[in-house]
Design a protein around this ligand. Structure first.
Ligand code: PMP
Length: 432
């Protein structure tokens, strides 16, 4: 019997013993191609010599140094590197250990900023249905999954939700992508009018929706319009790039492709590439300066913020993504993966859509591709897919059933950026 908790399925999990390149191995020596990088985590595969060396060099220097006394070289260098490549206006980095913690940091930072500038009546957030922002109580409140939230209600933060930008399902036949983007972005304006814009702190969204929809980017112009609406009412734009950031979509930050200036950006998963738990909340000078010149102290903190070993791993990862050219490689490989998925599965009667950016791709699985009718959630198609792929030696990340009223099944692919062409072929073939 295993005493390890949690379990994600009723059958006992296999023991993973080691990884090599894009493969994981179990105790029987069976290889699994990591087609989802865990959950969009392993961007460099499982045996990256540079990241391992950086961790080994740092771990021998000290166990721990509390941030109320010290910063560390890896934390300083990683923050500098991230800001050098971040969207304009972002200039401070707060390091934590995981995506949910980084989302909590963002929500508290945004709330405290409003208090510092005398906007204490602003207490709520607007988010999007079919979104996931984490599992701690406030992050859970901003996410869209009703079934995840209901058992824990009432939640910590008042959040209301609008529709995501999901062209495959919602764009009308006679509507251009641009017109659709403006129409769906204007739901934010309508929601602000409904709840009162003077009560809202910020709008939070994933630039490319990951787990809940399967790599769905917004149509051109959507985020630009969202930014205009936020500016009109003094609302912060918070982008959750926990899954889609760190080179995954072919640019270091996914929002670089949206021509938008966020106030806060949250990154995690790929930042540590799986080697270390590390995440970060990046914020604008305006937010930081309001707190510095106001109360002078951000009311937040965790024991392991900015741990030097985690930052050393992050520094090695981001150096490879930027100076090492791996983000550009992710863009190229992603195009190849997309073309091969289209060639092999584009006409499949149960594949309704193949989408995404870079090495972040999604397939929508439908009963009827002409009418886009989803499978009955009771059939559990995504679960069957996950099992069949696993048995074929492929790890992928299917989701589905009913997520906040939206029925459907999809498969998310987020492989490491180090695949070669034959491994891309293997992924597509096994998925088929
Ligand atoms: N935001 C997004 C977009 C995510 O995909 C996730 C994790 N799947 C989180 C936040 C939460 O991150 P973590 O699981 O590291 O707490």
């Amino acid at each position: 019997m295993s005493h390890v908790f949690p379990r994600h399925s009723k059958s006992p999990p296999r023991l993973a013993t080691r990884g090599e390149g894009p493969y994981l191995f179990d105790t029987d020596g069976r290889a699994y191609l990591d087609g989802s990088g865990g959950a969009a985590v392993s961007c460099l595969g499982h045996s990256d010599a540079d990241v391992i060396a950086a961790i080994q060099a740092q771990v021998g220097t000290m166990a721990y140094a509390h941030t109320s006394f010290f910063t560390s070289e890896p934390a300083e260098e990683l923050a500098d590197l991230l800001i050098a490549h971040a969207p304009e206006g972002l200039d401070r980095v707060y390091f934590v250990s995981g995506g949910s913690e980084a989302v909590e940091t963002a929500l508290k930072l945004a709330r405290q900023y409003m208090l510092e500038i005398g906007q204490s009546q602003r207490g709520r957030f607007i988010a999007r249905r079919q979104s996931y922002h984490g599992n701690t109580l406030a992050a859970l409140a901003t996410g869209g999954n009703a079934w995840r939230k209901e058992p824990f209600a009432p939640l910590m933060i008042d959040t209301t939700h609008i529709a995501p930008c999901y062209a495959y399902r919602d764009q009308q036949d006679d509507e251009s992508a641009e017109a659709y983007g403006l129409r769906v972005a204007d739901e934010l304006e309508a929601e602000l009018q409904r709840v009162g814009p003077e009560t809202v702190i910020g709008f939070i969204a994933e630039p490319v929706v990951g787990a809940t929809l399967g790599a769905v980017p917004a149509v051109p112009g959507y985020f630009k319009r969202i930014r205009e609406i936020c500016d009109r009412y003094g609302i912060l734009l918070i982008l959750d790039e926990v899954m889609c950031g760190m080179g995954r979509t072919g640019t270091l930050f996914a929002c670089e492709q949206e021509d938008v200036r966020p106030d806060i950006v949250i990154i995690a998963k790929g930042l540590g590439a799986g080697y270390q738990p590390i995440a970060a909340t990046l914020c604008s000078a305006a937010i930081h300066d309001a707190i510095e010149s106001g109360s002078g102290f951000f009311q937040h903190g965790h024991t392991y913020i900015g741990h030097p070993v985690a930052c050393a791993a992050g520094l090695a990862v981001v150096t490879k993504l930027t100076e090492g050219g791996l983000t550009v490689r992710a863009a190229e490989l992603g195009d190849m993966l997309h073309a091969k998925l289209r060639a092999a599965l584009g006409q499949h009667p149960h594949i309704g859509d193949i989408r995404g950016r870079g090495m972040f791709r999604g397939l929508e699985v439908v009963e009827d591709r002409e009418t886009k009718t989803p499978f009955d959630p009771a059939r559990g198609v995504h679960k069957a897919l996950k099992k069949a792929a696993f048995e074929a030696g492929l790890l992928c990340y299917p989701m589905g059933g009913t997520i906040d009223g939206q029925r459907g099944d999809h498969v998310l692919l987020a492989p490491p950026f180090i695949l070669n062409e034959s491994q891309i072929d293997e992924l597509v073939e096994k998925l088929g």
